[in-house]
Design a protein around this ligand. Structure first.
Ligand code: NAD
Length: 419
């Protein structure tokens, strides 16, 4: 069976939750949540270093604004559609609701290969996006953050472009999160997603009677989420057995030296060729026995094809949508629990919320305060979802979706209908 698209997977997960909530929620509200609020396609024609204008497609989707302004990262990827961004925006709606921040769900994307750009061209592309999407980005409309292919530096360019467009030295309020601390960012935002994944992994290991010390982890993806997760798990005594990225994968059964791997990847642009490990096929790495498998790269990586051979004791979804619904079913039958993405990687959006409030109130938060609040919130929501899953005898994904969809429905109900 061909894998379904990101949007189809998001819709599938939503329909499961909608069925579980039948009779509890007004069908009109269920229908409202089924459809995105707004989908925008923007064409960009920045002039790059060769002096020529190049064409790029870009998208901004606001799936829901029931709880507040749409929140969600901006990604740069070579193959991506408006539907993919819609599916990811829908996931953001549930993530914000589940983690308890007053944001709706959004996402944006630029169709381009980030690895093909010089620093100059990437900055030009990002600034072109910010200029062209100026009507769609604001603290009360949509607030982007880093995602695949974008980073802290790019968020700084977005803030600068938007202040410049208004003729101001800075923006009034928070237009973008995950920006450099010197420009009003918050300490610990870059690490927030990976640290949140680590908190979930530790709690989930405890549920199966294991501690993090000595636990073996395998990660797919060594960008922001993957590298921070690997480092923070290693700091707590886990063994990082293998890591894959787009170019290759490395494995060492005694555990990789993550800091040395990071230094190698910074130089080589990939984990491939790391001398203190053996090379392994990228796909094969996902099937190597381990305590926890952490997909932290792209969507639809654990599928009906490889799920029967996954040999992890649990899966922690660092990436958005890495497990297809068919794979979910297979893993459930095999008794392999999954910490769903909307819980597992929600640390980033939670700390984005702290950045948003800090900027709105013109305050400054310390990194230790950010870390403490992140740890508390993720732990609390993890157990809330776990208990709901146990009580209703459903998966953690269904429980997380149930909680999130109910919360958004409550907000829609409270807003009422415009005449
Ligand atoms: P990134 O661009 O920093 O890193 C992506 C990594 O994945 C790179 O190492 C890349 O080589 C690797 N990769 C891509 N496709 C791959 C494939 N098919 N097989 C193996 N490796 C592959 O991106 P990121 O910010 O770390 O995001 C990773 C995932 O986490 C995405 O799904 C993103 O939506 C999700 N996420 C990110 C954040 C955040 O704060 N950055 C928050 C929540 C969720």
């Amino acid at each position: 069976m061909a894998n379904q698209s990101v949007l189809e997977n998001a819709q599938f997960n939503y329909e499961r939750a909608a069925r579980l909530l039948e009779g509890e929620i007004d069908p009109l509200l269920l229908d409202k949540m089924r459809h995105p609020k707004e989908r925008i396609e923007i064409s960009l024609t920045p002039q790059l270093h060769d002096g020529k204008a190049h064409f790029f497609d870009a998208f901004v989707v606001r799936h829901s604004i029931a709880l507040g302004p749409a929140k969600g990262g901006i990604r740069i990827r070579p193959a991506m559609t408006l539907d993919d961004i819609t599916g990811l925006a829908m996931e953001m709606t549930w993530k914000c609701a589940l983690i308890g921040v007053p944001f709706g769900g959004g996402k944006s994307g630029i169709v381009a290969d980030p690895e093909q750009f010089s620093a100059y061209d990437k900055e030009t592309l990002i600034r072109s996006f910010a200029r062209n999407a100026v009507r769609h980005i604001s603290p009360l409309v949509y607030v982007p953050a880093p995602d695949m292919g974008t980073n802290e530096r790019d968020m700084g360019y977005i803030k600068d472009t938007l202040s410049w467009s208004a003729g101001h030295a800075t923006t009034m309020g928070c237009y973008v999160t995950g920006k450099p601390v010197i420009l009003g960012g918050i300490p610990g935002r870059r690490e927030a997603t990976g640290r949140g994944v680590t908190v979930c992994v530790i709690e989930a290991l405890a549920q199966i009677g294991r501690t993090v010390e000595g636990a073996g982890a395998i990660l797919q993806g060594f960008g922001n989420v993957g590298s921070v997760t690997a480092k923070s798990l290693a700091e707590r005594g886990a063994r990082i057995l293998g890591v894959a990225d787009l170019h290759g994968a490395v494995y060492n059964e005694r555990g990789l030296d993550v800091l040395a791997l990071e230094a190698h990847a910074a130089k080589a642009g990939t984990v491939k060729g790391f001398p203190e490990a053996s090379a392994i096929d990228r796909g094969e790495l996902l099937e190597v026995p381990c305590d926890v498998l952490i997909p932290a790269a792209a969507e639809s990586q654990i599928t009906a094809q490889n799920a029967p051979r996954v040999s992890a004791r649990l899966i922690a979804e660092g990436a958005n949508g890495p497990t297809t619904p068919k794979a979910d079913e297979i893993l459930a039958a095999r008794g392999i629990p999954i910490i769903p993405d909307i819980l597992c990687n929600a640390g980033g959006v939670f700390v984005s919320y702290l950045e948003y409030t800090q900027e709105t109130q013109q305050e400054q938060m310390s990194e230790s305060e950010v870390r403490t609040r992140l740890q508390q919130r993720i732990t609390e929501r993890f157990h809330q979802v776990r208990l709901l899953a146990e009580r209703r005898k459903i998966s953690m994904r269904d429980a997380a979706m149930l909680h999130a969809v109910k919360t958004v429905a409550q907000a829609l109900e409270a807003r009422g209908q415009l005449p």
